[in-house]
Unconditional design. Structure first.
Length: 94
């Protein structure tokens, strides 16, 4: 009595649709996981940069790196003029 559902063409179509829905669900889950991993990676990179470069007000940088690399204070008393006394006297005349 009735039609056998195992061999009916609609069962093949139903199996195909179920497979497509499962594949779509897997893709969506993978995409959500990748977005979460990307966010974690971005946060980890930001924390690393803050620790190593001291982007929070230079808190991680040593005192020697907080001032400008070249300033007049770094060179006071370090210039040596290579002139002798005779050359100095020569230029004083002008």
């Amino acid at each position: 009595m009735g039609i056998k559902t195992d061999s009916h063409p609609i069962m093949k179509e139903l199996t195909r649709i179920k497979g497509s829905m499962k594949a779509m669900k897997d893709i969506e889950e993978s995409k959500a996981k990748n977005a979460e991993d990307s966010k974690k990676s971005t946060n980890a990179a930001n924390e690393f940069l803050q620790r190593t470069l001291g982007t929070n007000g230079g808190s991680a940088a040593p005192e020697s790196l907080k001032s400008p690399a070249i300033s007049s204070a770094n060179f006071q008393g370090k210039h040596t003029k290579f002139t002798d006394e005779a050359t100095r006297q020569k230029y004083k005349a002008f």
